[in-house]
Design a protein around this ligand. Structure first.
Ligand code: SAM
Length: 304
């Protein structure tokens, strides 16, 4: 006997009271959920809905327009990789630009590099900065570094006006391409990144999920191959609270001194970054491993 097939099992209820479910047209047909202990902040900025809640298992969670941006438990896997994959691949990074990244986590990681003299950061939404300082002090600690110059504005406009050849590295820590970050995934933006980098300078951008967004990744890769005349690579990491549990990065360099992203040459001296706590995720082995791709993705990415 198979029982009554017409009745929906109780566990199929779509929205479970007391749980946050992440639904978006960017990952149709699936929704990762976290049990909510307490909602700590709810607001609406000029750009997006902002929520902070205390989860049962991942610490505090920052949500923008219904999409998880970070949790206290797994943010290290993202922030450390998006920062150290580019910065450990070039000798003596001095001037760095961060686009997005309003939580301050990328700043915290950039600050571990003692050669860095200046960090410009352009985040569109002041509410993300303020909320992160209030609820995520271990992440927003990045703002305390005296080398940081914070600009509240659109990263696209900021880069258009940036001096040519002025940065050693640009890190694009953006949200998904629905909403204010849309243009950060388009060709003109990558062109202005290339213009702002010195010869042999590097960029690392948030580049979505191998499991969900091969179409977006294909477009990014072919744009980048046209624009960046040095190396063009895709790397990825595991972040349990991101849709499909993985997130990727596009790493490119401009024409000039060659950059071999797969073999880091600029290790982090951990003794010089004590105030930011120990590294939790990044190491030299995981750096090289991040560039190994599953066959289905390798075929597509290498053919572009
Ligand atoms: N650092 C994060 C993590 O650990 O996963 C998550 C991403 S971060 C919060 C993404 C930021 O990009 C948001 O704060 C958003 O406001 C910002 N952003 C989106 N579009 C932007 C634009 N056009 N210019 C600058 N910042 C932008």
């Amino acid at each position: 006997e198979n029982g009554d097939q017409t009745k929906e099992p109780a566990c199929f209820s779509t929205v479970i009271p007391g749980w946050f479910s992440e639904m978006s047209p960017m990952w149709p047909g699936e929704a990762h959920s976290l049990k909510v202990e307490k909602v700590l902040f709810q607001g609406k900025s000029d750009y997006q809905d902002v929520i902070v809640f205390q989860s049962a298992t991942y610490g505090k969670v920052l949500v923008l327009d219904g999409v998880i941006q970070l949790t206290e438990r797994d943010e290290c896997a993202y922030q450390e990789m998006i920062t150290h994959l580019p910065l450990c691949s070039i000798p003596n990074p001095k001037k760095v630009l961060v686009i997005g990244g309003g939580d301050g986590g990328v700043l915290r990681e950039v600050a571990r590099h003692p050669t860095v003299e200046h960090i410009d950061m352009c985040e569109i939404d002041k509410m993300v900065v303020d909320v992160s300082k209030q609820f995520f002090p271990d992440v927003a600690i990045g703002y305390e570094d005296p080398r940081v110059n914070l600009v509240i504005g659109d990263g696209v406009a900021f880069l258009k006006n940036a001096a040519e050849g002025s940065y050693d590295a640009v890190i694009v820590d953006s949200s998904d391409p629905i909403g204010p970050a849309k243009e950060l995934f388009e060709k003109p933006f990558f062109q202005s990144v290339a213009r702002a980098l010195r010869p042999g300078g590097v960029v690392c951008t948030q580049a979505e999920s191998l499991w969900l967004h091969m179409d977006i990744i294909e477009d990014i890769v072919s744009n980048c191959r046209e624009i960046f005349k040095g190396s063009v690579n895709y790397a990825w990491t595991s972040v349990p609270t991101y849709p499909s549990g993985v997130i990727g990065f596009m790493l490119c360099s401009t024409e000039g001194p060659e950059v071999d992203f797969k073999h880091p040459l600029n290790p982090i001296d951990e003794s010089s970054s004590k105030s930011n706590g120990p590294l939790k995720f990044y190491n030299a082995e995981i750096h090289s491993a991040a560039f190994c791709l599953p066959s289905f993705a390798k075929k597509v990415i290498e053919s572009k």
